[in-house]
Design a protein around this ligand. Structure first.
Ligand code: 2RA
Length: 341
């Protein structure tokens, strides 16, 4: 006996990755449905590497009753319209949008960090998936927090264009080509040229001068890991197709050496330590693509503060940052709450 699972947003970057990972991990399925906007209705898409294909249904007319779980990857506007009706039809929703992340009645889950919090899903029959840049960071920070108590985190992100969807990827590709052939590099998707450039702006600006992406990293880390941790973030878009990187400076309550941190990270769930103090002894975004791991490199003490460490954290933002985390939540939900005989 398996689950009847719906992937909503099945034709987008994250939705396709959700289908791919459901098939890779052989998630126990009785049936899977691919759902998207009317524009994609009737399209035939691959169900991962299974060799099977799925015909895309129109979200507007899709009836969620009788389905066990729905993995949503359609953004906050679409989630606002359709998540409540899926949840009230008895279909437990795992939503990748930011809409429900800070809802006190909705658990925000990274299974390696706060799996026990999933029990709260019954309030609204909804579970929230964190922002991609938050997910990889808390996977790396959780074991260190348990060991030495984190006081403060200063993070700078280097976020790939796939975080902005297919349009962001197309813009990087086309703009890069146009610059080589002398054509226009006029920005369309991003506020400024992204090819051979970096943009210190993701999502909208807030009154205090930070951006909503930076706000997400602060509040989501507090909800998932520990509300006492002080977090400040600078989120930057970089000309990389897939893979978010983060430079993380951490201040601890208690002493922890770089060696101790490496030894802990080497054994931590979801973490792959790649950290040799030599040429190439670290991970770069192009090396993380398609992998499940949150890679950690460049672990070193920060002598400018008491009990400080610097880390380099890299992960596939479409996987651990979105689709993989959502599927892992579905696996956890199935194991803990929706057991099938
Ligand atoms: C981004 N984290 O990278 C945001 C949404 N995926 O654009």
């Amino acid at each position: 006996m398996g689950y009847r699972v719906v992937v909503v947003g099945a034709t987008g970057n994250v939705g396709r990755e959700m289908l791919q990972i459901l098939s890779e991990r052989q998630f126990p399925l009785d049936e899977v449905a691919a759902v998207a906007s009317s524009r994609s209705q009737g399209d035939i898409i691959d169900f991962g590497d299974t060799g099977e294909t799925l015909k895309v249904s129109n979200l507007e007319h899709f009836d969620f009753s009788g389905w066990d779980m729905a993995l949503f990857a359609i953004g906050s506007e679409g989630s606002k319209l359709h998540v409540p009706r899926a949840a009230s039809a008895g279909c437990t929703v795992i939503d990748n949008s930011s809409l429900y992340r800070m809802d006190p009645d909705v658990p925000l889950i990274v299974p390696e960090v706060n799996a026990e919090a999933i029990a709260g899903y019954r309030a609204k029959n909804i579970i929230a998936n964190p922002n991609c840049s938050t997910a990889q960071m808390v996977v790396a920070l959780k074991p260190l927090h348990d060991a030495a108590g984190i006081k403060r985190v200063v993070v700078s992100t280097y976020q790939s264009v796939s975080g902005a969807g297919k349009g962001g990827m197309d813009e990087l590709f086309n703009q890069s080509r146009n610059i080589f052939v002398g054509d226009s590099a006029e920005p369309q998707h991003f506020t400024k040229q992204i090819a051979f450039n970096v943009i210190p702006h993701i999502d909208s600006f807030l009154d205090d001068g930070s951006t909503k992406e930076e706000w997400k990293m602060v509040v989501e880390t507090k909800k998932i890991l520990d509300p006492k941790i002080k977090v400040t973030a600078t989120c930057v878009r970089v000309p990389v197709f897939v893979g978010h990187s983060e430079s993380v400076n951490v201040e601890f309550e208690r002493e922890i050496s770089a060696q101790e941190a490496q030894d802990i990270l080497r054994e931590s769930p979801g973490v792959m330590l790649v950290d040799k103090r030599e040429d190439g002894g670290y991970v770069t975004p192009v090396e993380c693509v398609g992998d499940y791991a949150t890679f950690v490199s460049r672990v070193r003490e920060d002598p400018t503060v008491e009990n400080g460490l610097n880390l380099w954290v890299v992960s596939d933002n479409l996987r651990k940052g979105a689709a993989l985390n959502a599927v892992q939540i579905a696996e956890l939900l199935g194991r803990k709450h929706l057991q099938k005989e």
